[in-house]
Design a protein. Structure first.
Length: 186
């Protein structure tokens, strides 16, 4: 109970208690050693290479041998007018509606900017954001950073020793979330 009172009184202030808790959490979240194919890796570089190799292998799928379904028996469900509206380039108002529909505290993009920045500075960045969206609708390939996903590892058990003891969680950045949302407005 004393610890809870101490946390309520001093917890999130810029105090020694706060910094000690942050430091302790940082150490607890770091991987100092990992077992990979019977070998204990302790070098940060080897741990990183092993992790990348494991999760690329885990998350990369091979084409399956299943036959593709025959969709010719289905009639089109989207009318020509609806198809035209789906393919139409969005207006500034529609792009703004998408940007403001996503929670402001969403995961930041690779540039470090969250939706809070775009929403707060909309009058400054609106034309740049619209330009990027229009480029997308005209077929310009997205930069790799737009489609990148950060993987966070959550230990499945108290003392995770191998990559299989971690649960990978995908964190999609702001730009990856805003483009698909523009389709849902129609």
């Amino acid at each position: 109970q004393k610890a809870a009172c101490n946390w309520l009184e001093n917890g999130e202030r810029n105090t020694k208690l706060f910094h000690n808790l942050v430091r302790k959490k940082h150490v607890a979240n770091k991987i100092f050693r990992i077992w990979d194919e019977g070998t204990c890796l302790t070098s940060p570089t080897l741990i990183q290479q092993s992790g990348v190799s494991f999760f690329v292998n885990l998350l990369t799928s091979e084409p399956s041998g299943l036959a593709r379904p025959d969709f010719s028996c289905f009639s089109p469900q989207i009318s020509d007018s609806k198809n035209l509206s789906l393919a139409a380039t969005p207006s500034l108002e529609e792009v703004k509606a998408v940007v403001f529909s996503i929670p402001w505290d969403s995961v930041a993009g690779t540039d470090g900017y969250s939706l809070a920045f775009f929403q707060h500075c909309w009058e400054i960045v609106d034309q740049d954001v619209l330009g990027a969206v229009l480029d997308f609708f005209q077929g310009t390939p997205l930069p790799q950073s737009f489609t990148a996903t950060t993987i966070t590892l959550i230990p499945k058990c108290e003392s995770a020793r191998a990559w299989t003891d971690f649960l990978p969680i995908s964190l999609c950045n702001v730009s990856k979330r805003s483009y698909p949302n523009s389709f849902t407005l129609y």
